[in-house]
Design a protein around this ligand. Structure first.
Ligand SMILES: [Zn+2]
Length: 222
């Protein structure tokens, strides 16, 4: 998939946009880069949901497709929003939140929340993702390249438990255009350890992870 990027060439925080490609330095936090680009493109003053104005320090970023269901931390899936709206929207998608906020009684809202959590579990059991189909593609697990990062035992066990409970990876893995891992390290390790041959990935076709040296070269070439 192609993610939204500022149209002009741009250099910021160890990343560079050149001719429509976002180059990110190895090991840099994807979240930091995507947050900064989202604020640049969508502003940091107005809440996407209530349309009120806030101070930049009062703003947060909401995942339109929540992280819980595998919503990636990419510009297309992030919107600036106030703390209050972010808290109210919780783990709902944009559409679900729209329905939810038009329900008048607390009872209806509660009933709707329960229905949603039942549906989430059903999707997970079937190994399906509540994400746009065009974002996803299947890739051989062994083709995904990554730098060895120290495994967090605690995080690994938590995710392994979830994996065993639903029998699938509950979230897709995010990779760059050359299949370098961007997000989902522990899920990838689980997939490898359980000999899962193919995984669903969200491949960012206009993003590339590069080494510090190559980034420097690109920057110096202008
Ligand atoms: Zn708001």
């Amino acid at each position: 998939m192609i993610i939204d990027l500022p149209t002009r060439n741009l250099r910021a925080n160890n990343s560079l946009i050149k001719d429509g490609i976002l180059f990110i330095r190895n090991r840099l936090s994807l979240k930091r880069v995507m947050s900064s680009l989202t604020y640049q493109m969508k502003g940091r003053r107005k809440c996407f949901y209530c349309h009120e104005k806030f101070l930049p320090s009062q703003m947060t970023l909401d995942h339109l497709y929540p992280q819980e269901i595998g919503g990636p931390t990419i510009t297309n899936n992030l919107v600036p929003c106030c703390n209050e709206c972010n808290g109210r929207k919780a783990n709902m998608t944009q559409e679900e939140y729209f329905v939810f906020s038009h329900l008048s009684s607390t009872d209806e809202k509660l009933k709707y929340s329960i229905e949603l959590s039942v549906r989430r579990k059903e999707f997970q059991k079937k190994g399906l993702y509540e994400l746009p189909a065009e974002w996803l593609q299947e890739t051989s697990t062994n083709r995904i390249k990554f730098h060895t990062i120290k495994i967090s035992e605690e995080e690994y066990s938590r995710k392994q438990e979830k994996f065993l409970e639903c029998g699938h990876l509950p979230k897709p893995i995010v990779v760059d255009r050359k299949l370098n891992l961007l997000d989902g390290f522990h899920w990838l390790i689980i997939a490898r350890n359980y000999d899962i041959k193919t995984v669903n990935v969200i491949k960012l076709d206009n993003v590339e992870l590069i080494g510090a040296k190559r980034l420097e070269d690109l920057i110096s070439k202008g």
